[in-house]
Design a protein around this ligand. Structure first.
Ligand code: MTE
Ligand code: MO
Length: 264
């Protein structure tokens, strides 16, 4: 089953279930409707099974397993003036923006994010380049943060816009970004981490906030997250026919040929 179909089922499932309950008495008198409902039931069941796999937790490790030297990869210090200025001020002026397909666009200070429902986890980070490191992460769960903004019904993907430009391109598609679907966004281990190994998240690992989406590979773990945009599609174009998000494949590395869904 396609991911789109799954999103649709997850997003629309609850709403439809409600409608069906309300309309149920009338519908079940119509044999055609009964057939449709039965089919939807099997579909939902299959979607549920697929979604249950996706909801399983990534393996967690113990303090003794934590890597002595967690590697840093990709950008290790965004060079933009805006980032440098925030860093110089210890991120006092940093605000995480949540916008796009939300009822109420929001801006959160680090203090507000630290006051949100948090989770700690010791997990293994696997980079496609062939190395792994185990680290302890603490951060705000993404789901409750999104709920504060309130997803609009059309919401399908959550896009993370980062502070760093990894490649200089004329059209600006060299800026790092990543995206996940709503199943991963609401996964209990999906957090915006502000601590690593019991200390403030270091710059080389993504200060002040980095995504941990533990069921996926390293390049999905967006560092230097500045803005979270909720969208209905990843390949949308603007009036001039230009892709709105990078090159339209949902992430800096997916735009360059890597899988968008990098499950492990
Ligand atoms: N903003 C941003 N996020 C990023 C990257 C990057 O270059 N910029 N590199 C990715 C890759 S390929 C990996 S393996 C991890 C590295 O995270 P680490 O530096 O904490 O090990 O971050 C990912 N997230
Ligand atoms: Mo990576």
């Amino acid at each position: 089953m396609s991911t789109d179909r799954r999103h649709w089922l997850k997003g629309a499932g609850a709403a439809l279930a409600g409608l069906w309950l309300a309309a149920c008495d009338k519908l079940t008198q119509d044999p055609r409707a009964v057939r449709v409902l039965r089919r939807a039931e099997t579909l939902t069941y299959r979607a549920q099974r697929a979604a249950t796999d996706r909801r399983a937790l990534a393996r967690e490790f113990t303090v003794a397993d934590i890597s002595k030297d967690f590697r840093a990869n990709g950008s290790t210090r965004p060079d933009s003036e805006a980032y440098q200025a925030m860093l110089a001020d210890n991120f006092a002026d940093y605000r995480l923006v949540i916008d796009g397909l939300v009822e109420q666009p929001r801006r959160f200070s680090l203090g507000e994010i630290r006051a949100m429902p948090a989770r700690s986890q010791i997990t293994r980070h696997d980079c496609v380049e062939g190395w792994s490191s185990i680290g302890k992460w603490k951060g705000a769960r993404l789901g409750p943060l999104l709920d504060l903004a309130g997803l609009k019904p059309a919401a399908r993907y959550v896009v993370f816009h980062c502070a760093d430009t990894l490649e200089q391109t004329l059209d600006g598609t060299g800026q790092y970004y990543e995206s996940i679907d709503l199943i991963d966004a609401y996964h209990p281990q999906t957090i915006l981490a502000y601590e690593m190994n019991d200390a403030t998240l270091p710059v080389r690992h993504g200060a002040p906030l980095r995504l941990r989406v533990e069921r996926q590979l390293g390049y999905k773990q967006a560092k230097y997250v500045m803005r979270i945009e909720v969208v209905d599609r990843l390949d949308g174009v603007d009036e001039s026919g230009r892709t709105r998000l990078g090159r339209g494949r949902g992430g800096y590395w997916p735009d360059r040929g890597y899988e968008w869904y990098a499950g492990i």
